[in-house]
Design a protein around this ligand. Sequence first.
Ligand SMILES: [Zn+2]
Length: 260
Amino acid sequence: MQIIYGFILAIIIAVLAYSAHSLNKSGAFAAAFVGTIIFGIGGWQWAILLLTFFITSSGLSRAFKKRKAGLSEKFSKGHERDAGQVFGNGGLATLFAALHALYPASIIPWVGFAASLAAVNADTWATELGVLNPTPPRMITDLRKQVEKGTSGGISLWGTGAALLGSSLVALPAALFTDYWLLFPLVTFAGLAGSFFDSLLGATVQAMYYCPTDKKETEKHPLHTCGTETVHIRGWKWLDNDWVNFACGAFGVVVALLFI
Ligand SMILES: [Zn+2]
């Protein structure tokens, strides 16, 4: 029965997000699938964690539009998320919900679920709020090197603070729904670690392109926002932003499960 309620709730949210332009068509189908599994198998506690991520990250993508103007061309996609982004951020969480159905007595699926969402939430918060940092970010692989705002691999005080907040916002209910208060610091730390891993990949092996018209580095491929074809300059071509988000969540899970 719960799976039917999960399906209904997931459809309602996917339709709302689609009409609010937070998801495009493929993203709405993917979100309906992810939501059905997570709400349907996990129930309301799992739903609260997923919605904390989904609502705050969609909201932050819209906030501070003026401050972020001109930066969006650096990122591979606009704020309308597609199926790749939904699975990049929520695929692991869906997998842990399925594991919970197989091992309902184990806490491991819950910790993995919470850690993966804490990591992708930390990363989204850092990306969306890091641009408010008063000074340019520094490269995670070389802290002496200042880079342009929005550059993959750039970190800042504001971004790190935002990551910590985003992570703890998921970790708090994750701990409250169990008898283990230690899950709060553990999941918060795991989420923060995941978002640093995301920056590290962005600075090293993530696929990066260059727009010859604007003379700018970008994640966009094959076409830049201006319509020009972008040129591959570094990183592994297959490692796009969706896979980096997936790796961010996976790293958070590994860190959390190592400590538990
Ligand atoms: Zn361009």
